[in-house]
Design a protein around this ligand. Structure first.
Ligand SMILES: [Zn+2]
Length: 160
């Protein structure tokens, strides 16, 4: 996995969620001041994603996102950082932790009845305990994720 890591500012919650969905280590805090954001970025070698021009001028670790719509924003970020690899559906969307595979038997009492019948692969977040499976939300997102990953792979091939 690319070692590139991000931290999204408070206005980019959706960007953080999509970046995690694609497998990128992306921190996000509901409330954080610019100085703390800059400190974390410097300490953990993360790039800050923001829509705030003022913040963008304070460090070269800050990237000013120009697009307005979420999917455009994701493409913009991945192109800017020339990302060549993604590992979608490997991170918890809520807290950024790496998911671990878990057997159906272990978590069956926590699954909705409608899922038990048709789904056999599950992942669990070691931090918050949420269970993930490839359900309807996954299918809705999959087309976009496939498009993004396709572009990333195409770029990696061109630059090899
Ligand atoms: Zn979690």
């Amino acid at each position: 996995m690319d070692s590139i890591r991000f931290i999204a500012d408070v206005h980019l919650a959706k960007v953080a969620k999509y970046m995690r969905l694609l497998g990128f280590d992306t921190l996000y805090f509901n409330q954080i001041d610019d100085s703390t954001l800059l400190q974390i970025a410097a300490k953990e070698k993360r790039y800050i994603l923001t829509k705030d021009r003022g913040l963008a001028q304070r460090s070269d670790r800050v990237y000013l996102v120009k697009e307005k719509e979420i999917k455009g924003q994701i493409y913009e970020i991945l192109r800017h950082f020339a990302v060549k690899q993604c590992e979608p559906f490997t991170r918890c969307l809520v807290d950024n932790a790496l998911l671990q595979p878990v057997s159906k038997e272990k978590i069956i009492d926590r699954l909705p009845q409608r899922v038990i019948g048709w789904c056999n692969k599950f992942w669990i977040c070691p931090v918050c305990g949420r269970i993930y499976w490839h359900g309807t939300h996954f299918l809705r997102m999959k087309k976009f994720i496939d498009e993004v990953c396709g572009e990333i792979q195409a770029r990696a091939l061109v630059e090899e």
